[in-house]
Design a protein around this ligand. Structure first.
Ligand SMILES: Cc1cc2nc3c(=O)[nH]c(=O)nc-3n(C[C@H](O)[C@H](O)[C@H](O)COP(=O)(O)OP(=O)(O)OC[C@H]3O[C@@H](n4cnc5c(N)ncnc54)[C@H](O)[C@@H]3O)c2cc1C
Ligand SMILES: NC(=O)C1=CN([C@@H]2O[C@H](COP(=O)(O)OP(=O)(O)OC[C@H]3O[C@@H](n4cnc5c(N)ncnc54)[C@H](OP(=O)(O)O)[C@@H]3O)[C@@H](O)[C@H]2O)C=CC1
Ligand SMILES: O=C(O)C(=O)Cc1c[nH]c2ccccc12
Length: 426
């Protein structure tokens, strides 16, 4: 049996208290599923808590229709369960979701859905974690919920680097009468046909949303307030990411960057004249230091070059039907898509400040960022996408399995000893 439960009266409602014989995993995205799979293989019981009503909610609920994986498939599959052979080099979002559904089914992982972790704290006195959740009990009434407290020896944080959208404040945005959405709520350009759309941000989301808008006969203007690395997804028919991995094996990061940028220059030439200034650090060094992912171009650049996607500088302020930019120009716009990125939500619920930074990312760099103290683990915070998450998950599930087996053996021994003592009294 995985857990035992008992009720505790707290104020006017009952908080259920559940002892978990094994780890609690927070998040049923690729990272949480991969840890669950590793634990299943070792026979370790666990529970997975997921705030959404499905697995991989980032992929199922917070991404646009035409999204594809932008790294080749061999860098995106989870441990011990390869992609189907007929998957293309860059699987579509739906193919990836189907794969994750099969993964959960194959390893028999059934998360507790609609259950949000509100806080988790280590209890030094008893040597275990107290994980408090709220479960939404009604779709029609968001204030109807129950509360549960889990008590466990191991806590796995798998809530992701992208769990909350970043919505910056802009002067006058409240006056703007058009539609404003974050990229996580953008599905397709269908609803934007014929519209002037301001896309704020030029990461992979900003570039791909701009391209999708253009493909649906809208007119996108993309805000580039700083600098950005745009690399081709393939260089002379070979994946740029794969090439980067290869270069990084043998060369220092700066040299790998020089080679990538030289090859990119051969293909793209100088992009500054289109408003796309490169950062002074190379793409791999920048990713390593700041986490900023280079853009892997899937066709937006061609449209930037032709002027079909306009590049505009930073924003000064919005008014009811337009936006003023830092260079003084005023653009009339119908809608805004904020492709302004994401952040971790760990600081809002994990009461701990040794292992995780204030930004909610483990302080130790890859590959030493997955194990904290007192049974605390992190998976999927390496800024290395799905391949980083898979490596974390292997380490975490092996480590927990080892200590779960040791502790379980100890407990069995002491129960057996107690049992023997009892028998010898007769
Ligand atoms: C648009 C987009 C495209 C991407 N494409 C690629 C790609 O092609 N290749 C690649 O390698 N990486 C890609 N990434 C990176 C991405 O982070 C990974 O693909 C992957 O989703 C990470 O998995 P994860 O499980 O760590 O996090 P997530 O997929 O974000 O899963 C975390 C889960 O935790 C849940 N959760 C959060 N907070 C709580 C809480 N308090 N209580 C309970 N549950 C909670 C969330 O609902 C979510 O389901 C992409 C990211 C984005 C945003
Ligand atoms: N096909 C795929 O696989 C895709 C993958 N992804 C991944 O998802 C993750 C998130 O990407 P993304 O959503 O693009 O987020 P990013 O964090 O990469 O980019 C955010 C962008 O918003 C800009 N920005 C933030 N605040 C402001 C502001 N106030 N004014 C103007 N610009 C602003 C940033 O500019 P600045 O740099 O100046 O701060 C940056 O250009 C990445 O890992 C990415 O690779 C995303 C889309 C598609
Ligand atoms: O964070 C992402 O979006 C990824 O897909 C993973 C990723 C890790 N390192 C990179 C370097 C270049 C492009 C993508 C990645």
């Amino acid at each position: 049996m995985v857990h035992q439960s008992f009720d505790q009266d707290i104020d006017f409602f009952a908080r259920k208290c559940i002892w978990v014989n094994g780890p609690v995993i927070v998040g049923a995205g690729p990272s949480g599923l991969a840890v669950g799979a590793g634990l299943k293989e070792q026979g370790v019981p666990f529970i997975v808590l997921e705030r959404a009503d499905c697995i991989a909610s980032l992929w199922q609920k917070r991404t646009y229709d035409r999204l594809k994986l932008h790294l080749p498939k061999q860098f995106c599959q989870l441990p011990n369960f390869p992609f189907p052979e007929d998957f293309p080099e860059y699987p579509t979002k739906n193919q990836f979701i189907n794969y994750l559904e099969s993964y959960a089914q194959h390893f028999d992982i059934s998360p507790n859905f609609n259950e949000t972790v509100q806080s988790a704290k280590y209890d030094e006195t008893f040597g275990h974690w107290r994980v408090k959740t709220s479960i939404s009990t009604s779709d029609s009434n968001p204030s109807a919920f129950a509360e549960v407290e889990y008590i466990c020896r191991w806590l796995v944080v798998a809530t992701g680097e992208n769990s909350e959208k970043i919505v910056p404040e802009f002067e006058g945005l409240e006056e703007f009468k058009g539609n404003v959405v974050h990229a996580c709520d953008y599905k397709s350009g269908l609803a934007y046909r014929g519209k002037q759309v301001l896309v704020v941000g030029c990461g992979n989301s900003g570039m791909e949303v701009s391209l999708d808008l253009f493909n649906h006969n809208a007119s996108p203007s993309m805000v580039v307030r700083g600098s950005v690395h745009v690399l081709p997804r393939e260089i002379f028919g070979k994946s740029t990411f794969e090439l980067a991995v290869l270069l990084m094996k043998w060369l220092p990061l700066w040299l790998a960057d020089k080679i990538l940028l030289m090859l990119t220059w051969l293909l793209f030439g100088n992009l500054q004249k289109y408003g796309l200034k490169r950062p002074s650090l190379g793409p791999l060094e920048l990713k390593n230091i700041s986490g900023k992912t280079p853009v892997l171009d899937i066709g937006a650049l061609k449209k930037v070059r032709s002027g079909e996607i306009k590049v505009v500088p930073g924003i000064s302020r919005f008014s009811h039907d337009s936006v003023e930019l830092v260079d003084g120009q005023i653009l009339e716009i119908d809608s805004v898509v904020l492709a302004t990125g994401y952040r971790s939500n760990v600081p809002s619920w994990l009461k701990e400040n040794e292992f995780f930074s204030r930004e909610g990312i483990p302080k130790n760099a890859f590959p030493n960022g997955w194990k904290g103290n007192a049974g605390l683990y992190a998976v999927g915070f390496t800024r290395k996408g799905l391949s980083g998450a898979s490596l974390d998950a292997i380490g975490v599930s092996q480590d927990i399995s080892k200590s779960w087996k040791e502790e379980t053996k100890q407990k069995r021994k002491s129960v057996a000893a107690r049992h023997r003592r009892c028998i010898s009294h007769f």
